[in-house]
Design a protein around this ligand. Structure first.
Ligand code: ADP
Length: 184
């Protein structure tokens, strides 16, 4: 599925985000920035040690207590095809009444803003918070897609935003919800 918002393209694909050749890929990190399971583990494994080295430096210099939920930082892409990795932390799902939607929207917003501030043109997102963090995918996809739509409607500095869904089922949910969000 591909949608135009101004001059930008929004694409929804099934795949492995570590194979994306966008300017940046987004990592669904945890506050430690020291790697973990899921997409985080895959990015560090394939991107190599330089990513972790830069994460350690960021922790020491900027975030000694960890990266707060909703914030984003940028490192090299190391050996990845993407030039940069934007690390953000989504919320852990606690039933939906603990500000999860706002925090998830903030994680997308911070990542998009950081990409633009570095002059990047293309960015790929995984489905943040919907793995180990337990956010229901349909609800998460509404937040993700409406935030990207809102961001692209306000400014036209990005050329491409790709959602890389790991499973066919996840892609189907995003494909269904995108019709609702973009009035297709
Ligand atoms: P979180 O802790 O934010 O929930 P996870 O990594 O556990 O992060 O899961 C987030 C999403 O990323 C899940 O939908 C999971 O299936 C997906 N995922 C895992 N590995 C990859 C990958 N290599 N490429 C794209 N998505 C991935």
């Amino acid at each position: 599925m591909e949608i135009k918002v101004g001059k930008a393209k929004v694409k929804l694909i099934q795949g492995d985000i570590t194979e994306q050749a966008t300017d940046a890929i987004v990592n669904a990190a945890n506050p430690t920035l020291m790697g973990g399971g899921g997409v985080d583990g895959a990015i560090h494994r394939k991107g190599g040690a330089r990513i972790l080295e830069e994460c350690k430096r960021i922790r020491e210099n900027q975030y000694p207590h960890g990266l707060p939920v909703g914030e984003a930082v940028i490192t090299t892409g190391g050996y990845l095809k993407a030039k940069y990795v934007i690390h953000t932390v989504g919320p852990i799902w606690k039933g939906g009444n603990k500000g999860e939607a706002e925090l998830l929207a903030k994680a997308y917003q911070s990542s998009l803003k950081l990409a633009v501030s570095k002059g990047l043109k293309s960015i790929a997102f995984p489905s943040i918070s919907t793995g180990a963090y337990g956010y229901p995918i349909k609800e998460a996809s509404k937040v993700a897609l409406s935030k990207v739509k809102e961001f692209l409607e306000k400014e036209d500095l990005l050329d491409e935003v790709i959602f890389v869904l790991f499973s066919e089922r996840d892609l189907k949910v995003y494909n269904d919800v995108v019709k609702e969000i973009f009035n297709l």
